[in-house]
Design a protein around this ligand. Structure first.
Ligand SMILES: Cc1cc2nc3c(=O)[nH]c(=O)nc-3n(C[C@H](O)[C@H](O)[C@H](O)COP(=O)(O)OP(=O)(O)OC[C@H]3O[C@@H](n4cnc5c(N)ncnc54)[C@H](O)[C@@H]3O)c2cc1C
Length: 383
């Protein structure tokens, strides 16, 4: 039994890298293990960018988590001198008084923010790429919004964790754990590791490791589009800022223009089920098929006059859906085991805040923000 730490973190994607950083920054002895290289394109934390929104959340109490996360992303950016966050603002588009707009205005009211609201005409004038919005839609400007650079964020959190003494190890698969007196013994492909506590930040693989959490791992195509008539050009971030647009009560379209030279416009859908979305994480089809992108292509065609509706690039990404589309962050009942997973398509932006909450919980400190609505107990108590 040679490997020993205060906390073992299993999985080093967005959540695990942030947990390792926040724990190590407090002087805790951390070992973090990933079955793949870090960063990797097998889980959920790859594909250049993730949108940061503070106002539009599926739970009103996510706003404080978003603000805590933003402060920590900036801290990470300053410490590593890497470009991690682009403060471009973000647009929330939808029917006035309904869906995402109503939800964002409720968050703004509760936290004393007065966001700018653009009429459909103002939106079309300011951003001609949105010329196809209908007259009853408005755009709410989220001043806290922007873009995070996915792989750079994971690398930065890992490098900071290492600078505080954390051991971050690649290509080690965790098979499970057992409690042994005051410790937890973690079984891996490289032998046993021992710690006082263990945090599982295993993304889509959490579904098999903790079937009692009832998680649904989904396979989602990430797609990039070029300017109509050109395979090499693209609208930029100033043409299409990060946005999410309600299509109906369940589906939305999200995306943004190219954020760096040589990059393309990234567009996706949230909500609409396409072919074989639920996957067995032991057997993932990583090829993007025509029928994976059919629905998205048709939406891009009708929503944007200036974009080709056939993706110029695409890749498969995993998404870990919970029963209420809310994260699973906290201690598993009566154990030394914590879970940070269930990103439900919106987790990346909150990863640093989740890291801070888990670090508090591991140290027995009450987190500064309410996290109980994300706790595993809400799911376990329904069983
Ligand atoms: C197409 C798409 C678009 C998205 N857009 C946004 C967005 O705009 N904004 C936003 O905030 N969020 C967005 N998300 C969600 C966000 O990307 C995820 O919530 C986040 O990346 C989840 O990170 P994670 O650390 O939970 O999982 P992952 O990044 O998958 O990390 C889990 C890690 O655990 C490792 N692992 C698993 N099992 C084991 C094991 N047994 N032993 C060792 N290692 C193991 C894996 O190899 C992996 O590296 C999007 C997701 C998708 C799919």
């Amino acid at each position: 039994m040679t490997h020993k730490a205060d906390v073992i973190v299993v999985g080093v994607g967005a959540f695990g890298s942030a947990v390792a950083w926040r724990l190590a920054a407090r002087g805790m002895d951390v070992i973090a293990l990933d079955q793949e290289s870090i960063p990797n394109d097998k889980g959920s934390s790859h594909g250049q960018t993730r949108i940061f929104r503070a106002l539009s959340q599926n739970h009103v109490d996510l706003f404080p988590l978003a603000m805590l996360s933003k402060q920590l992303w900036r801290e990470l950016q300053d410490a590593t001198k890497q470009r991690l966050f682009e403060a471009s603002g973000a647009l929330i588009i939808g029917e006035n008084g309904r869906g995402r707009i109503a939800n964002a205005l409720e968050v703004a009211r509760r936290f004393g923010i007065e966001p700018q609201v653009l009429s459909s005409g103002e939106l079309r004038r300011q951003y001609p790429a949105f010329s196809n919005v209908s007259d009853d839609e408005v755009a709410l400007v989220d001043p806290e919004g922007g873009l995070l650079f996915t792989e750079e964020c994971v690398e930065a959190a890992v490098s900071q964790a290492r600078s505080y003494g954390a051991q971050i190890r690649e290509n080690i698969e965790v098979h499970g754990h057992r409690e042994d007196g005051d410790d937890v013994v973690v079984r891996t492909s490289e032998g046993d590791f021992r710690a006082q506590q263990v945090v599982y930040a295993t993304g889509a693989w959490t579904a098999k490791l903790f079937p009692q959490l009832n998680l649904d791992p989904l396979r989602i195509p990430q797609c990039w589009f070029s300017t109509e008539g050109s395979e090499h050009e693209s609208p930029t971030l100033s043409d299409i800022p990060p946005f999410q647009r309600d299509l109906n009560s369940t589906d939305s379209l999200w995306g943004h223009g190219a954020a760096a030279p040589g990059w393309f416009t990234k567009i996706g859908t949230h909500g609409h089920p396409t072919r074989n979305r639920s996957v067995d994480t032991d057997n993932i089809d990583r090829t993007v098929h025509d029928d994976d992108v059919e629905y998205l292509s048709s939406l891009v065609g009708t929503s944007f006059d200036n974009l080709s509706s056939t993706p110029v690039e695409s890749s498969i990404c995993l998404l870990t859906m919970t029963c209420d589309e809310q994260f699973v962050v906290g201690r598993m009942r009566d154990s030394k085991v914590f879970v940070a997973s269930g990103g439900s398509g919106q987790g990346f932006k909150h990863a640093t805040g989740v890291g801070e909450v888990i670090a508090d919980l591991c140290q027995g400190v009450e987190p500064s923000i309410d996290y109980t609505f994300m706790s595993p107990d809400r799911i376990l108590s329904q069983r």
